[in-house]
Unconditional design. Structure first.
Length: 151
């Protein structure tokens, strides 16, 4: 029996999404690999003041890059949309959710790793920072030659 039009549309949508978001997908795999490496040498966070350490800067950077890549890959749609906030919510939400997932995996699956609520907070902060960097670059008209700009 041949596939229905709905199935073909769904397959086309998935193919388009993968082609559009391949950079972010590669970054997602990279994050999964680095968060799954045994980290017995990484110190545990005990107090709030211990939260401010190089490990958290890495979390902010890694998940900032992820939300930036999601937005960058969808920049044409973002820039042409009257509902840009939806793209921001999706990008920051996806990056934050993935940060939470990696912490759960570190706690429950990966050997020699432990999940940490402060790491999740750093992941969320990084996801938001990725959007801010995207917005700043967009306002600087970095993509002026090949993409529409907003005022």
């Amino acid at each position: 029996m041949p596939p229905t039009k709905q199935v073909l549309k769904a397959e086309c949508f998935l193919c388009k999404l993968i082609r559009q978001q391949w950079r972010a997908l590669v970054w997602v795999v990279f994050i999964l690999i680095i968060t799954g490496i045994p980290g017995s040498y990484i110190p545990e966070v005990v107090t709030f003041w211990d939260w401010i350490q190089p490990d958290k800067v890495v979390h902010i950077a890694v998940f900032g890059v992820l939300s930036f890549l999601i937005l960058y890959n969808a920049r044409t749609q973002y820039l042409e949309s009257s509902r840009r906030y939806l793209y921001v919510v999706v990008a920051v939400g996806m990056a934050s959710s993935y940060g939470l997932l990696t912490e759960v995996l570190q706690r429950d699956v990966f050997v020699g790793r432990s999940g940490n609520v402060y790491d999740v907070l750093a992941d969320i902060l990084g996801a938001g920072a990725g959007w801010l960097v995207f917005r700043w670059l967009q306002r600087k008209k970095i993509w002026e030659n090949n993409q529409p700009n907003i005022n």
